[in-house]
Design a protein around this ligand. Structure first.
Ligand code: NAD
Length: 354
């Protein structure tokens, strides 16, 4: 089984490296037979090959069984015509990775601002308010004159139905509760359609409890009563924002695992960015990429019915959580003393023991 590894920018190489230490331990422990193929993207490949995502790298990644993608410093990339492609957007659009799965579970430590969060945000990943990447041709963000900027939000029945179905399938494996988050009281047409189509997509599972919550109320509920939610499905930008809020409440962005999944491809990627403020210091928390990689192994396990992959996925998550629960094996962002690579070694040891 081949995984393509793209370390990315900023803290990317450090947190991906720590993750590979853990992945190799899982490979050894469970006999996965992994082939890991690493390629440069981002600032490194821009300087060397003139593109932040060289086409041969994209092609190798699309041909692999899965991809581990580090965070990328898109805010400082040049324009696409100068080679500054957003790798994460390219993968989502070109591989049709329509579901962004972002779990948040309270860590067993004071870093968790809320103690009873165990939910998954399912974010529609190819439409919504990301106007620069949702059109067939041209961009949905434009300036009719120098003092006016417009952006178009795209919702389709097919897109909303399929994310509704995916979220419902996930909810059926958990507590059988699905919360649809919209702003349908104001955006009556676009979020009205989103609500109607997501509800239809979830309709295949009549035993599911389905409710609608408005996005502004949801921002409060996540703080006040996170335990009331299980699977939350929402459109692209609402999901991006709410998932960062949930991750911070559950223990910090360093635990924000995320999987971008389509029908045939999946890309593991932390929900946070490249954190240039702490890059190169060996202090970043790599748990996010470790947990994302565990999610990728679980996604692969579902397709191949492989117990070894499923056990590896569970062992990685359990090992990360066990290290965080122990004061001696915490990273510095949550008051511990371990560096990024030392935390990688500690998680790898736990994986080898389970
Ligand atoms: P960020 O998520 O990189 O950082 C926000 C804050 O969280 C920073 O203080 C950072 O130090 C901290 N943080 C993030 N990850 C951490 C970790 N693993 N351990 C400890 N602390 C962590 O957001 P930003 O500063 O707004 O963006 C930086 C760059 O990342 C920008 O170029 C942005 O475009 C890019 N970005 C990329 C992605 C992606 O690759 N998917 C997502 C968001 C932002």
């Amino acid at each position: 089984m081949k995984l393509v590894v793209l370390p990315g920018d900023g803290i990317g190489p450090e947190i991906v490296d720590a993750t590979l230490t853990v992945l190799r331990a899982a490979d050894e422990r469970f006999g996965l037979g992994l082939e890991l193929e690493e390629h440069a993207i981002g600032e490194v490949s821009l300087a060397r090959d003139g593109s932040t995502l060289p086409e041969p790298v994209f092609e190798s990644a699309s041909a692999a069984d899965g991809v581990i993608l580090g965070p990328v410093s898109t805010a400082t990339y040049p324009s696409p015509s100068e080679g500054g492609l957003n790798p994460s957007a390219e993968f989502r659009r070109r591989l049709d990775l329509f579901a962004n799965i972002r779990p948040s579970r309270s860590v067993r430590h004071d870093a968790a601002l809320v103690k009873d969060m165990d939910l998954v945000i399912v974010r529609e990943n190819t439409e919504g308010f990301y106007a620069v990447r949702t059109m067939f041709a041209g961009g949905g963000e434009f300036m009719p004159d120098k003092d006016m900027a417009l952006a178009v939000r795209k919702i389709t029945r097919q897109g909303a139905e399929r994310i509704g179905r995916a979220a419902a399938e996930l909810a059926m494996t958990r507590r059988k509760k699905l919360t649809i988050v919209t702003k349908s009281n104001v955006l009556k047409l676009s979020d009205g359609l989103f609500l109607e189509a997501v509800t239809a997509g979830a309709g295949a599972f009549p035993e599911l409890e389905v409710e609608e919550v408005l996005v502004d109320a949801m921002a409060s509920h996540l703080v006040r009563s996170p335990g009331a939610f299980d699977v939350i499905v929402t459109s692209n930008m609402f999901g991006d924002i709410l998932s960062n809020e949930a991750a911070e409440l559950a223990g910090g962005l360093g635990f924000a695992g995320s999987l971008n999944a389509g029908l045939r491809h999946a890309v593991a990627q932390a929900a946070h960015g490249s954190a240039p403020d702490i890059a190169g210091k060996n202090v970043a928390n790599p748990s996010s990429v470790m947990l994302s990689t565990g999610m990728l192994l679980e996604w692969l396990a579902d397709r191949s019915d492989s117990n070894a992959l499923r056990e590896s996925a569970r062992a990685i998550e359990a090992a990360v959580m066990a290290c965080v629960a122990d004061a001696a094996t915490r990273t510095q962002d949550i008051g511990g003393a371990l560096s990024t690579d030392a935390f990688g070694a500690a998680v790898a040891r736990r994986v080898a023991e389970v």
